[in-house]
Design a protein around this ligand. Structure first.
Ligand code: NI
Length: 249
């Protein structure tokens, strides 16, 4: 259930039975030659909306403006500072608490959001906040491994592109038709959570925007399976999360 399509009276009634809400987080950044700029936001939004509809939980508007400084040498990328993102998330949480929400589930689609989200969540010990990237659910991760193995890579992954193919549009591979350069295990570890270098260096190192991901392996059928698995996992995880018993203010 989309919060932006609800009335205040509907939210008022909802809060008498539930104090939970789902917030999708993504990015606005390049995703290689066949990936959409909004990929991260589109993936988490789709999964959140389907899960929310299934279990009758509100889904807040997607946070699509987030930090992605390393992709700023690719046109179309919009990046905000970590400080601004943390301030934004903080004020969103404060607003939700003000109305009585005390269980907040961030379903995430962009690695660089994780650390700032965790920082902010730590400042609200009295409410329940969960932060989970959709690809980290076990069932989703198995699908990724089984379908794409090492070619999943780190950015413009066949999985995320498969999801947007299932929900939005499919582009020809173009410059992404050939496999990208393979990443070493140590590179992946050192750059987890999108800890990439300065924009010019990043583009030089990964000229077509893919970071170890063979985007062209994506197909919409797998995309649909990934969405379905993520939706089931999210509904279970959300429902298992307790609401805070005490009022928080
Ligand atoms: Ni992405």
């Amino acid at each position: 259930m989309r919060l932006d399509l609800a009335t205040w009276q509907e939210v008022d009634a909802y809060l008498k039975n539930s104090r939970g809400i789902i917030i999708p987080t993504g990015s606005t950044e390049q995703h290689g030659p066949m990936g959409l700029i909004g990929t991260d936001a589109l993936c988490s939004e789709q999964i959140a909306n389907e899960a929310g509809k299934k279990i009758g939980a509100y889904v807040a508007p997607t946070l699509a403006y987030t930090p992605a400084p390393f992709n700023m040498s690719f046109p179309g990328t919009i990046s905000i500072s970590v400080g601004l993102f943390e301030a934004l998330v903080t004020e969103i949480i404060v607003s939700l608490i003000h109305h009585g929400f005390n269980k907040i589930y961030f379903i995430n689609g962009h690695g660089a959001n994780l650390e700032p989200l965790r920082q902010v969540a730590d400042a609200f010990p009295r409410i329940n906040i969960r932060i989970k990237s959709w690809w980290d659910f076990d069932s989703v991760d198995s699908l990724r491994q089984n379908n794409f193995g090492d070619w999943e890579g780190m950015h413009a992954t066949p999985s995320e592109i498969a999801i947007t193919q299932a929900t939005h549009r499919t582009l020809p591979p173009g410059d992404a038709s050939k496999p990208p350069k393979k990443l070493s295990a140590s590179f992946m570890k050192a750059h987890a959570g999108d800890r990439h270098g300065p924009p010019d260096q990043h583009r030089k190192e990964f000229p077509d925007g893919r970071v170890g991901s063979h985007s062209a392996l994506a197909n919409s059928k797998v995309g649909r399976k990934l969405i379905d698995a993520a939706v089931i996992a999210l509904t279970h995880d959300y429902l298992a999360m307790k609401e805070t018993k005490q009022p928080v203010e």
